[in-house]
Design a protein around this ligand. Structure first.
Ligand code: CA
Length: 226
């Protein structure tokens, strides 16, 4: 589903029509208010957002989308008036994924939409790791067990990330120490053990997935997963 926020009815209708005939589902909204109402009901895969809108402008809507946890990962393509370089800079700063400049051709618009969707799908696919009910989201920097958020320190998060991205591979204490604490770190490999211990405690039942390989290091096993 693609949401198109555009106050000019002829453009909005043409965009929605073109998207529908290209195999997408699309809905059009004339202003931020109508858009927010729809957003409460469903989350689109992408938002096409005009900047010049009555009421709240596109830039404000963009900022709101990108600072709200529920919507911040939805890709946004901004639609700007010709020559509005300032808008472009502001939009990129606020997290817009791409721009199209009015007047635009429908083929160009579809190509941009497909490119942004490909990019965003790739990045979400490769940045969420799961093991049983344990889930690590790199982009959101978030770990949950059975849907409940687990609060980790930066080092604990990095440690878990290394283990989850290297399933079934034994990571030595030295490797972990170098990768997470850095070559210059003056500590001992026992530092790793201490962090693994607190990490296991915080993960509760899923903590058992972190296996100790005696005399070598740690491994995230495939326990009870066929
Ligand atoms: Ca407009």
């Amino acid at each position: 589903m693609i949401f198109c926020v555009e106050d000019e009815a002829n453009i909005r209708e043409l965009v929605v029509y073109t998207l529908e005939t290209t195999g997408f589902h699309a809905r059009g909204f004339e202003d931020g208010k109508a858009f927010y109402e729809a957003l409460a009901g469903e989350l689109p895969e992408l938002v096409l957002l005009d900047i010049m809108l009555p009421g709240e402008d596109g830039m404000k809507i963009l900022r709101k989308l990108k600072t709200t946890p529920r919507t911040k990962n939805i890709p946004v393509i901004m639609v700007t008036a010709k020559g509005a370089e300032y808008d472009k800079v502001m939009g990129l700063d606020s997290g817009a994924d791409d721009f199209v400049t009015k007047p635009f051709g429908m083929m160009e618009l579809i190509a941009r939409i497909k490119a942004v969707l490909r990019r965003s799908q790739k990045s979400t696919e490769s940045e969420i790791y799961t093991a049983g009910t344990l889930m690590l989201d790199v982009k959101k920097h978030e770990v949950t067990v059975d849907g409940r958020k687990v609060s980790l320190t930066l080092k604990e998060f990095e440690l878990l990330k290394r283990l989850m991205t290297n399933r079934n591979i034994v990571l030595t204490r030295d490797t972990l120490l170098e990768e997470i604490w850095g070559y210059d770190f003056d500590g001992e490999t026992r530092t790793v053990d201490v962090h693994v211990r607190t990490l296991r405690q915080k993960l509760g039942p899923e903590g058992n997935r972190i296996e100790t390989v005696r005399g070598v290091g740690y491994r995230m096993g495939e326990r009870d997963e066929a």
